[in-house]
Design a protein around this ligand. Structure first.
Ligand code: ADP
Ligand code: MG
Length: 235
C-alpha cells in the first residue's frame, strides 16, 4: 500500500514525498475547507472593500458542499466515491461550479476540474501535478481572461504554479514544491494591494480599488498553504 511517502531520503533526515495519493488529496481538500472557514470573515472584509462582501461566504458554502459531496468531515458522500486523485479533484471542481454563485465558484471550479482531468493515473508525482496545475491556471485564464497585474486570483496562482514547477524541475519533492508554491502565492496576493483592478467586480471601482488586497488572490494563497501544510503534517 502506498503511503505517499517515499523513504528514499534526501540526506537531511527528512524523507521525500514523491506521490500525491488519494488520502493526501482528501486531507488537502479538508484542510482547505477548514482554512476557508477560519478565514471567512477576513475574506469577506477584503471583498467588502473592493467587491460585494461575499467571497468568504461563497467559498465557505462551496467547500462545505465539497465536503458533503466527497465524504470529507464525516459526511457519507453522494454518488460514486472517487477512486483516483483526478476523479476526486474533478468532483471538487464540479461541486464548486454548482454551489458557488459568485465569479470565484466557476473560476475555482474550472481550475479544479482541469487539474483533475490532467491527472489520469490513480496517484500523481511532482511532474504530473505540476502539469496539472498549469492546466488549472490555463483554465482560469481561458474563463476569466485576466492577466498577471489585473488584481485577481491569477496574481497568486501564476507565481504559485511557476514556483511549484521550478521546485520540481530542480529535483525538489512535493513537500518542497508545495511550500515554494504557497510562499509565492502569498507574495503574489500581497502584491495585489497597490494594483488597480482591471477584471471582476473590483474593476468597477477604478482607482478606488487601489490599496486593498484582492480577496481571490488571498484565497488562492490559502489553498496552496493548505497543500503545503498537508504535506508537512504527513511528515
Ligand atoms: P464575485 O466577484 O462574483 O462576488 P467572489 O467575491 O466570490 O465573486 O470572488 C471575487 C474574486 O474573484 C476576486 O477577488 C478575483 O480574485 C476573482 N475574479 C473575479 N473576476 C475574475 C476574472 N475575470 N479572472 C480571474 N479572477 C477573477
Ligand atoms: Mg464578491
Amino acid at each position: 500500500m502506498s503511503t505517499g511517502v517515499n523513504t528514499g531520503g534526501q540526506g537531511d533526515g527528512v524523507d521525500r514525498v514523491d506521490t500525491l495519493d488519494l488520502v493526501t488529496t482528501r486531507a488537502w481538500i479538508h484542510a482547505v475547507a477548514l482554512a476557508v472557514s477560519a478565514h471567512r470573515d477576513e475574506l469577506t472584509e477584503l471583498d467588502a472593500a473592493i467587491g460585494d462582501a461575499d467571497h468568504g461566504v461563497n467559498l465557505q458554502r462551496g467547500f462545505a458542499a465539497v465536503e458533503a459531496a466527497t465524504g470529507g468531515a464525516g459526511h457519507a458522500g453522494a454518488g460514486h466515491a472517487p477512486e483516483t486523485v483526478g476523479q476526486l479533484l474533478g468532483k471538487v471542481g464540479m461541486t464548486l461550479i454548482s454551489s458557488v454563485g459568485g465569479a470565484s465558484g466557476p473560476l475555482y471550479g474550472t481550475a479544479f476540474r482541469a487539474i483533475g482531468r490532467a491527472l489520469t493515473t490513480p496517484e500523481a508525482d511532482g511532474e504530473q501535478f505540476a502539469l496539472a496545475l498549469h492546466a488549472g491556471l490555463d483554465a482560469v485564464r481561458a474563463l476569466g481572461a485576466a492577466a498577471v497585474g489585473d488584481k485577481t486570483m491569477v496574481d497568486a496562482l501564476t507565481p504559485a504554479v511557476a514556483a511549484f514547477d521550478a521546485a520540481v524541475t530542480a529535483g525538489g519533492d512535493l513537500r518542497a514544491a508545495a511550500r515554494a508554491a504557497a510562499d509565492a502565492a502569498e507574495d503574489g496576493a500581497r502584491a495585489t494591494t497597490p494594483l488597480q483592478a482591471r477584471k471582476g467586480r473590483a474593476s468597477y471601482l477604478g482607482e478606488r480599488s487601489i490599496g486593498h488586497q484582492d480577496p481571490g488572490a488571498t484565497s488562492t494563497a490559502l489553498i496552496f498553504t493548505a497543500l503545503a501544510e498537508t504535506f508537512e503534517r504527513r511528515g
